[in-house]
Design a protein around this ligand. Structure first.
Ligand SMILES: NC(=O)c1ccc[n+]([C@@H]2O[C@H](COP(=O)([O-])OP(=O)(O)OC[C@H]3O[C@@H](n4cnc5c(N)ncnc54)[C@H](O)[C@@H]3O)[C@@H](O)[C@H]2O)c1
Length: 350
């Protein structure tokens, strides 16, 4: 009999986030703003009052102050440079999100990282958040100037609300969000532990709820006709064997997206989700090993199966998802809401 594989469950909670950025933060030339996890012994009453940061993060600022207008010009110039031929970005990228300010969860790796980079290339300034604060900071720097990074555990309601407040203070508002953070584990239902069920539900379903709730509250408070994209999955369309708990959490995301979209449509807020297929990320690498062990196969055979299940004939790349997210957040999708958009190379067609 094959034993259940070791499962790595992320999602540890951090200190409660404090509400209430008081003041628009200083904006700097050079690397704009990013934050890092608090070091042992640092003041825990408030991370950086001057810059409106809660206790879970410390703001790091380099360079000299810029006015908001300068910051906006600076961010746009950086985006232009990224897509110029000399930057290697190539032609065909347009500034469809110019001037937009986006909040992204799970932005430190994989699909989230690709989303951050695509949003930045489309002209948005991004608050990159992740459980791994260092990864968030790396991606914010990689995206260029004008972006911020925060450590955030999306299972923590107070910290999520605080991060939205902090991001809005840093970017001068928010009008777009991507609730992307997610985890997976693999097991047959007969072996599935309650802890595994709870962890997948906490990050994938509750994390999306908490993020969207904080964002919608911000939009409503500011009269913002903003747009939200949640990351669901192919497993939100078809029950995936060995991933029953994950599938349940992703069906929850699709249902929640639809219900929320109906609730806030009258305020001009759009809510959609994307359903990626077999995407080559660290999550997939872990799943390939687990699935191979559970099914008594070689990892290479599992990968080959993923490709054979994908009519377009290759493993999906994070950028395949990110480009669709950019579209859904933009004006081109102005009459689309409540949708669970398949982005899977044809692995599932609804
Ligand atoms: N890779 C795939 O094949 C695939 C397919 C469909 C859907 N998805 C979904 O796409 C999203 C991104 O997946 P990925 O493949 O890029 O995974 P990944 O593991 O490569 O990256 C996930 C990121 O989320 C962060 N994260 C984990 N728990 C968190 C928490 N509690 N709070 C904040 N951040 C947290 C991680 O630190 C990491 O940076 C997930 O929602 C996943 O379920 C992935």
């Amino acid at each position: 009999m094959i034993s259940a594989p070791r499962r790595k469950i992320s999602g540890a909670c951090q200190a409660d986030g404090a509400q209430g950025a008081r003041k628009r933060p200083g904006v700097t030339r050079g690397r704009l703003l990013w934050t890092e996890p608090r070091a042992e012994g640092q003041d825990t009453t408030f991370g950086d009052q001057e810059n409106g940061l809660g206790p879970e993060a410390v703001l790091r600022i380099e360079g000299e102050d810029l006015s908001v207008a300068e910051q906006d010009r600076h961010g746009r110039r950086a985006a232009d440079e990224r897509r110029s031929p000399s930057s290697g970005a190539g032609p065909g990228v347009s500034l469809v999100l110019e001037g937009r300010r986006a909040f992204v969860t799970g932005g430190g790796a994989g699909i989230g990282r690709a989303i951050v980079l695509a949003l930045a290339a489309a002209g948005a300034r991004v608050a990159v958040t992740d459980l791994d604060g260092d990864a968030a900071a790396r991606v914010a720097r990689e995206a260029g100037e004008g972006h911020v990074a925060l450590r955030l555990d999306v299972t923590d309601a107070a910290a999520t609300a605080a991060a939205v407040t902090q991001a809005a203070a840093a970017l001068g508002g928010l009008d777009a969000a991507v609730a992307n953070a997610g985890i997976s584990t693999m097991a047959r239902v007969v072996d599935l532990t309650e802890a595994e069920w709870d962890a997948n539900m906490a990050v994938n379903a509750k994390g999306v709820f908490l993020t969207d709730q904080a964002i919608v509250r911000h939009f409503l408070a500011h009269g913002t006709k903003g747009s939200i994209v949640n990351t669901a999955s192919l497993a939100a369309k078809v029950g995936a064997p060995l991933l029953a708990h994950y599938s349940a959490s992703k069906f929850a995301v699709a249902g929640f997206t639809q219900a929320l979209a109906r609730e806030v449509a009258a305020q001009g807020i759009r809510v959609n989700c994307v359903c990626p297929g077999f995407v080559e990320t660290s999550m997939q690498s872990r799943e390939v090993v687990w699935e191979a062990e559970l099914r008594g196969m070689e990892p290479a055979a599992v990968r080959a199966e993923y490709i054979s299940l994908t009519p377009l004939g290759r493993l999906q790349q994070p950028e395949d998802v990110a480009d669709v997210v950019v579209f859904l957040l933009g004006e081109g999708a102005r009459f689309m809401t409540g949708l669970a958009v398949d982005v899977n190379g044809g692995a599932f067609m609804s």
